[in-house]
Every structure is written in structure tokens, then in C-alpha cells.
Design a binder for this molecule. Structure first.
Ligand SMILES: O=C(O)CCC(=O)C(=O)O
Ligand SMILES: [Fe+2]
Length: 244
């Protein structure tokens, strides 16, 4: 894992939209930094602190069977669009401009969730969506409000894997050929195709890793596309809480 190359985010102000679109089409992921104003990120991070005070009493995001089977342990805070300090992370001109380019004008906007992985927890390799039509995808837009070290949990991904088909079988966190790592930092935004192979490595610190995600459903794509996900050791349908 030590020789996994690190992805350096592109700086929003120095990157043109065509490069962003080209990178997303080629890699199935784009990471941009400094899209938002510093005080917006600071305000959102205060909300993150508030949410984290409620972490202990929060249940696991998906049932125990799912968590055990796939070794994915996350907690989610949902419906955060009612908080203006979180809403502004997604409802601003630059985020809208990039979103329109990557998923098309008129895409349906989902609600805002915050995914947290604390010590010992991660998200094993997965594809967030599966469909018989390989072109269908939902766009994850993930914003980080604080700096992390690799020990907090890196985002691993395989560039171009959104075009590869099914995630190879194996152990949940087993390294994949050509994997790249991104260590999240404050004011970084990840635009991630739901078919791209990705993983959040286990948090080895006492500080929870928190992020905000607002998904976008391109026109003509079923809103429930992410019901069916694929992991190294099996599949899961979140609507039935069983394999498919
Ligand atoms: O938190 C991350 O880096 C990615 C989480 C993830 O798998 C997702 O949002 O689909
Ligand atoms: Fe994911």
C-alpha cells in the first residue's frame, strides 16, 4: 500500500471546465480544492463538530448484517439541507457550474448526508451503483471541511474503473492494481461517479472522519440506482437489505 500514488487535487481557480470534464470522463473522479470561501468551510466545520457530539448514540447506517458482511461501519447524519451552513457548500455558483457540466443541466438534486467513520471503521471497496446499462450513474459530490492524515482514512480509487464493469472479487480491503489515494483536506470537493471502484481505509485515529455528500441524479437515470451496490465479497440491495 505504501507505493500507492497520492492524488493531488486540482486547484479550482487554475483549472478550466474542459479539463474537469475530461478528467471525470477519463478517471470517473475529479478532486478540486479551494472551490469554496474559507469562512464557508469554517462555518460548515462547526456544524460537523456539533454533529459529532451525537455520534455515540447514532446507530450504524445500514443493518448489522450489512456491516458485518462487508466490513463497512459508517454512521450517517441525514437531511442536512435544512442547515444553511451546510446547504451553502452545495448551493453556490461554482458547485452548480461544475455539477451542470458533469451531470447535465436539470439533474435531480438529492438530500445532504454526512458520513462518518471513526476508529476502526472504514468503507471497504465498493461500487455505489450497479445497473445492466453501464452508462447509468449518479454523481457523488463530497465536501470535506477539515484536514486529515492518511491514518484518518484515505479515499482509494482506481482511475477509469467506472468503465471496467464489475468490481473484482476478493477480500473487502484487499489492494487493487493501479489504485490511487486521496487524503482528504479542508475545502476539497470530490466528484465521484458511482461505478468507480472506491474504498475508505480504516480510521486508525481517535478523531472521526466526517464528510458531506449531496448526490445528483442525471436526467433519465432512476433515482434508486444506488439501491444496488457491489463489494469485493458480494452484492447488497439496500431496499431489501439482502444480496441480489
Ligand atoms: O468519504 C469518502 O471519501 C467516500 C465515501 C463514499 O464511498 C461515497 O460517498 O460513496
Ligand atoms: Fe461509495
Amino acid at each position: 500500500m505504501n507505493n500507492t500514488p497520492q492524488l493531488l487535487p486540482m486547484v479550482w481557480a487554475n483549472t478550466n471546465l474542459d479539463t474537469i470534464v475530461g478528467t471525470f470522463e477519463q478517471d470517473g473522479i475529479v478532486v478540486l480544492k479551494d472551490m469554496l470561501f474559507g469562512d464557508q468551510v469554517t462555518a460548515a466545520d462547526r456544524v460537523a463538530n456539533r454533529l459529532l457530539t451525537q455520534l455515540d448514540e447514532r446507530p450504524w447506517a445500514a443493518g448489522e448484517e450489512y456491516c458485518q458482511r462487508f466490513d463497512i461501519w459508517t454512521k450517517i447524519f441525514g437531511n442536512l439541507e435544512s442547515d444553511p451552513d451546510i446547504l451553502v457548500l452545495f448551493e453556490n455558483e461554482v458547485m452548480q457550474t461544475v455539477t451542470d457540466k458533469l451531470s447535465g443541466v436539470g439533474s435531480a438534486i438529492g438530500s445532504i448526508g454526512s458520513w462518518v467513520t471513526s476508529r476502526g471503521c472504514g468503507q471497504a471497496w465498493h461500487q455505489d451503483s450497479w445497473s445492466s446499462d453501464p452508462n447509468l450513474f449518479i454523481l457523488n459530490r463530497i465536501v470535506f471541511t477539515r484536514n486529515y492524515t492518511p491514518e484518518h482514512g484515505q479515499l482509494l480509487f482506481v482511475p477509469g474503473s467506472h468503465r471496467y464493469g464489475d468490481l473484482p472479487t476478493g477480500d473487502p480491503y484487499e489492494p487493487l492494481p493501479n489504485q490511487v489515494a486521496f487524503t482528504p483536506s479542508a475545502n476539497a470537493a470530490v466528484f465521484l461517479h458511482t461505478r468507480t471502484y472506491h474504498c475508505v481505509t480504516k480510521n486508525a485515529t481517535d478523531e472521526p472522519r466526517i464528510q458531506f455528500n449531496r448526490r445528483v441524479v442525471p436526467n433519465g437515470v432512476p433515482g434508486n440506482l444506488t439501491s444496488r451496490a457491489r463489494f469485493r465479497n458480494g452484492t447488497w440491495d439496500f431496499s431489501t437489505q439482502s444480496t441480489w
